[in-house]
Design a protein around this ligand. Structure first.
Ligand SMILES: Nc1ncnc2c1ncn2[C@@H]1O[C@H](COP(=O)(O)OP(=O)(O)OP(=O)(O)O)[C@@H](O)[C@H]1O
Ligand SMILES: [Mg+2]
Length: 278
């Protein structure tokens, strides 16, 4: 265990002291298709995220991170095991769990405002109220004044801001985020990480965040679950005890940071991951 300037990490992993918001027990997924060999996308995953916690998932490409997140979102049915939200088994999508997909997944035929109000309209909210809510969310992700534009008129960073605003607009209790910044350049990614941290500090939603970046996971998370290669299981659970609000420069200058980064990187390398070389 390393401990310098408040940055501390253990691989024991802390279980939330209070009842978890989201809890996975022995969750696995086998995809079967006619004429195709079954694919075990997720082996057996145990994971918990307490109220207001920021929890990340790291793991090699193809180990089942997206599949696991879709199961937590209720979009894919687990082959075995259970995901619970507030103690009740997840049996489908619900407004309390908002998802930001690996690709931006905006509706190209809708304007920015149309995209952000989509979920609210489906919930039956009136036009004036949903437009007001959407404008507020767009401001929250620093994207005022672009309501009338279409996705093709936006940069990658702007599209991702719209996708986040769309998910936040319905005010979910839990945010499921699948590599939301993976397709962005390093600078935009850093800006959006800071924005996400600031939104999270203000709203204290429970976040389950999939990433390929060890640095991003350390910077954002209270706890990191490292998945093994497919069929995935939990390889390590790492508590990141770094004060909040966080400062990237301070984190990078902390002598404990490279120690933690290397340890996580080595866990991933054992599994043949080629992501995010140190
Ligand atoms: N609908 C599906 N039908 C069959 N196989 C699938 C399906 N969805 C995913 N898979 C397979 O399950 C495995 C896990 O896929 P998944 O997308 O969950 O991985 P991942 O960890 O998110 O990968 P990446 O880091 O590249 O995003 C892969 O082998 C993939 O081909
Ligand atoms: Mg994925």
């Amino acid at each position: 265990m390393a401990e310098v300037h408040g940055l501390r990490a253990t691989t024991a992993g802390s279980v939330p002291a209070v009842a978890p918001k989201l809890q996975a027990e022995g969750v696995g997924k086998v995809f079967t298709g006619r004429g195709r060999d079954p694919v075990t996308a997720v082996g057996s995953i145990d994971l918990a995220a307490g109220p207001g916690e920021f929890v990340s998932i790291l793991g090699p490409s193809g180990c089942g991170k997206s599949t696991f997140l879709y199961i937590a979102g209720g979009f894919v049915e687990a082959s075995h095991g259970t995901v619970r939200y507030d103690g009740a088994p997840v049996e489908g999508p619900g407004p309390e769990r908002g998802i930001v997909f690996q690709e931006f997944a905006l509706f190209p035929w809708k304007t920015v405002l149309g995209n952000v109000t989509y979920g609210l309209a489906r919930q039956g909210m009136g036009r004036a109220e949903r437009n007001e809510r959407a404008r507020h969310q767009l401001e929250m992700v620093n994207l005022g004044g672009v309501e009338k534009l279409y996705p093709k008129e936006l940069s990658g960073g702007m599209k991702q801001r719209v996708a986040i605003a769309r998910t936040l607009a319905t005010d979910p209790d839990v945010l499921l985020m699948d590599e939301p910044f993976g397709a962005l350049d390093a600078q935009t990614r850093a800006v959006l990480q800071i924005e996400l941290m600031s939104i999270w500090e203000r709203t204290r939603k429970t976040v389950l965040f999939v990433t390929h970046s060890v640095e991003e996971a350390i910077y954002l998370s209270d706890r990191i679950y490292v998945f093994s290669h497919r069929p995935s299981r939990i390889k390590a659970v790492i508590d990141v005890e770094l004060g909040r609000p966080r400062d990237r420069e301070r984190m990078l200058a902390d002598p404990a940071y490279p120690v933690l980064h290397r340890r996580i990187w080595e866990l991933l390398r054992e599994d043949g991951s080629d992501d995010d070389a140190p």
